[in-house]
Design a protein around this ligand. Structure first.
Ligand SMILES: *[C@@H]1O[C@H](CO)[C@@H](O)[C@H](O)[C@H]1NC(C)=O
Ligand SMILES: *[C@@H]1O[C@H](CO)[C@@H](O)[C@H](O)[C@H]1NC(C)=O
Ligand SMILES: *[C@@H]1O[C@H](CO)[C@@H](O)[C@H](O)[C@H]1NC(C)=O
Ligand SMILES: *[C@@H]1O[C@H](CO)[C@@H](O)[C@H](O)[C@H]1NC(C)=O
Ligand SMILES: *[C@@H]1O[C@H](CO)[C@@H](O)[C@H](O)[C@H]1NC(C)=O
Ligand SMILES: *[C@@H]1O[C@H](CO)[C@@H](O)[C@H](O)[C@H]1NC(C)=O
Length: 662
């Protein structure tokens, strides 16, 4: 577990973890050499002290900041920027999708929002693309440094510490930007006052009937990955939510969670009981400290008697309980710090909770601190921050080794083509796919061909890097429009086009860059259907209805019908090439109806196809949508680290079992 957590801090790359281990060793020696005299000096007196002020986080001791050298170590042996890496250009490989998107949507009416969006995205995309192509042409004249301009932009300089007052914080939308994220030992101190409870009718944290309300006082402190994902809510790397009043349990609690790709994890609730002794600790601290609950007045000892006993000289270690750390209208000083294994929260000098690192995000990705809810912020201080940001430079994620290059497309027909939807800046995700299931022998031998489908990014530097990545690995197809959540469906058409025209595959599969695919299992699944039949395989939803309210509402203009057709969940499904071909020809004849939900669109197209030629619908829960199940065929929401872990398990144990760490 320790190893795993460490890896998380320093990215997935294997070679680095050796370095990390060495540094860990140094750290240990350093720590011991300080800690041992410390114990001696303080002698017995310090023993009972520990009960009072929980020993806290060793990392907060000034001596531990020697750890900052870790960053330096890494910087020293990593080249400043591997610009000289030989990106060989392979003109024979198609970088761009050859589907004529303009032709496909030119004659469709502009009434529906998606077509307007598509036109705009294509127009802008066209401009960006021409720019990109020019850069490609000029590169040969100017050598590899042709994109000099963009490369210097990653050497962002960041302050070692930052502070804002409450007013400044409110003016900036209650988000404090940490331009280079956090690093090991970084800490953020928030001085604030919880506001008194207010009447709340939105039954988010309490179960309510119509017309009822509840008095609620709660606030949310979040570390967000502001720059990691485009077109989605930023991932919440840490969500810290003290509920002073209004939790359904009727007690004050503190909830912790993470939200990756808009998917919440399981929450960690601290309800005033100390974590069980057998529970996993975080840097040797418990996940939840005890506080006085109004229903356990028996065990409480008043501070006066405690002091009395101490004066009399009782040697027995006495534990003292404190009340819930947040009180309406009372000032608190909260410090959040980044340890080796997780985040630690201290309030008014006492350790309250710890939350182990979960997602595939690194500390550097935590580029924003937001505070919302019933809280008045007085000031925020962040210190021991990293002063340079190695990230956003894809070089951190890309491993430019020939091993990971895609084999060329064979002359003859291919069994299966897998198109993976990916966003421009998902460098780490793509690399994890390359290093995991794309190493399957069926892919290495070109029986199965895999390509990433990436649209243009709003940031020019990202596009330049994607193009270079595409040229090096040969496994990216760039679709010429500006990326947009509602236009994912166009990528699916591009996948059909590539699968039918470029690869001549028998089956076409669509996946996401956080989908883990068992390549042999999907072939087996497809082979179960006789060769002559058309097929549609996946985790199929029957009788689903559009959501008509809320953030993800579908309007009646967008989808007039009451029901959706049967459709396979988007993270992994297979169609036969005849269906793909008909999708493509409908698109080119301007007859293809486009809907913003990509998976529903495919369900609709297959249903239409089925009306003229029967399609075999194969439903399997093993195309897991919500995560991973044992014996999965595909697993979804897998972070880069989990991808590698799943692949290792598959190879070493020969069976598909999940990796449940995040
Ligand atoms: C795409 O189609 C449009 C309209 O049919 C046409 O004007 C354009 O030249 C086509 N583009 C390519 C690259 O074939
Ligand atoms: C668009 O539709 C009109 C009439 O429906 C047709 O004459 C024209 O050829 C179509 N344009 C394209 C590019 O197919
Ligand atoms: C490419 O080079 C030409 C002249 O060689 C120049 O006019 C043009 O601006 C350059 N384009 C870019 C994107 O650098
Ligand atoms: C390229 O980078 C170097 C050093 O970063 C800088 O001095 C030079 O001006 C840059 N050249 C261009 C054309 O941006
Ligand atoms: C706490 O005190 C209340 C009233 O003083 C009493 O009803 C309750 O039983 C006590 N709870 C415990 C666990 O002793
Ligand atoms: C496919 O078509 C057949 C024959 O028309 C029909 O019986 C079946 O219900 C259709 N399947 C779906 C899922 O629409």
């Amino acid at each position: 577990m320790k190893r795993a957590n460490l890896d998380l801090l320093f990215s997935v790359s294997r070679q680095r973890s050796t370095r990390v281990l060495i540094v860990m060793g140094l750290f240990y020696i350093l720590f011991m050499s300080f800690e041992v005299p410390f114990v001696f000096k303080n002698g017995l007196g310090s023993v009972s002290q520990e009960g009072l002020f929980s020993s806290g986080n060793g990392l907060l001791n000034p001596k531990a900041f020697a750890l900052d050298s870790e960053e330096n170590l890494e910087e020293k042996d990593a080249p400043v920027r591997p610009l000289d890496v030989p990106y060989k250009s392979r003109p024979e490989r198609k970088l761009f999708s050859s589907l004529n998107f303009t032709a496909g949507i030119v004659n469709l009416s502009l009434e529906s929002g998606i077509l307007k969006a598509a036109k705009d995205a294509l127009d802008l995309g066209g401009k960006v693309l021409r720019e990109l192509e020019l850069i490609g042409k000029n590169r040969s004249d100017r050598g590899l440094n042709g994109v000099n301009g963009s490369s210097s932009s990653n050497s962002e300089f960041c302050p070692h510490s930052m502070s804002v007052t409450g007013d400044e914080f409110s003016k900036k939308g209650r988000v404090m930007v940490l331009p280079c994220g956090l690093t090991l030992g970084s800490h953020i101190t928030v001085v604030g006052i919880p506001r008194p409870a207010h009447a709340e009718t939105d039954p988010k944290i309490s179960l309510l009937k119509e017309g009822q309300y509840v008095m609620v006082s709660q606030f949310m402190m979040e570390l967000q990955g502001l720059k990691t994902v485009e077109g989605e809510d930023p991932p919440r790397i840490l969500h810290f939510n003290p509920r002073l009043k209004g939790d359904w349990s009727g007690k004050p609690v503190i909830e912790h969670n993470t939200c990756y790709r808009m998917q919440w994890g399981t929450s960690q609730r601290c309800e005033g009981w100390k974590s069980r002794a057998d529970e996993e600790t975080v840097d040797d601290l418990v996940k939840c400290e005890k506080w006085i609950r109004d229903d356990d007045n028996g065990s409480e000892e008043s501070k006066a008697t405690w002091w009395l006993k101490r004066l009399i000289g009782r040697t027995k270690k006495v534990a003292i309980d404190w009340p819930f750390p947040f009180v309406e209208g009372k000032l608190f000083v909260l410090t959040l710090s980044a340890g080796l294994e997780g985040y630690h929260v201290n309030v008014d000098g006492r350790h309250i909770t710890s939350f182990p690192y979960r997602t595939g995000f690194t500390l550097e990705d935590a580029t924003g601190l937001s505070l919302n809810g019933d809280i008045d912020v007085h000031s925020i201080f962040a210190a021991s921050l990293p002063t340079s940001h190695p990230s956003f430079a894809p070089q951190r994620h890309l491993d430019l080794s020939d091993t990971w290059k895609a084999p060329p497309i064979p002359e003859g027909p291919v069994e299966m083509f897998i198109g993976i939807l990916s966003a421009g800046n998902h460098f780490a995700e793509r690399m994890a796919v390359r290093k995991s299931w794309m190493q399957h022998k069926l892919i290495k031998s070109s029986k199965v061909v895999v390509r990433f489908f990436v649209a243009l990014h709003a940031r020019k530097e990202v596009n330049i890097e994607v193009k270079r990545e595409a040229e090096f690995f040969g496994d990216i197809v760039i679709v010429p429009y500006m990326d947009n959540y509602d236009l994912v469906v166009l990528k699916t058409v591009a996948i059909c086009e590539y699968g039918v025209r470029t690869v001549s595959a028998k089956y076409i599969m669509k996946g996401d860059d956080d989908t883990f695919v068992r390549v042999d299992a999907i072939i087996t699944e497809a082979k179960k259907v006789p060769d002559s039949r058309s097929l549609y395989i996946g985790n199929i939803n029957y009788y689903h209805k559009p959501l008509r309210s809320g953030k993800w509402a579908v309007t009646y203009e967008e989808w007039p019908e009451e029901d959706y057709p049967p459709y396979a969940n988007g993270p992994g499904y297979i169609i036969s090439s005849d269906i793909a071909n008909s999708i493509l020809s409908d698109f080119e004849k301007h007859k293809l109806r486009l809907f913003k939900m990509e998976d529903v669109s495919v369900g609709m197209w297959v249903e239409k196809f089925n009306s003229s030629r029967p399609v075999e619908y194969v439903h399997s829960l093993k195309f897991c949508q919500f995560g991973c199940i044992e014996d999965y065929i595909t697993a979804h929401y897998q972070s880069p680290r989990q991808m590698i872990c799943l692949w290792n398990k598959l190879r070493q144990q020969g069976k598909p079992s999940c990796c449940n760490m995040r």
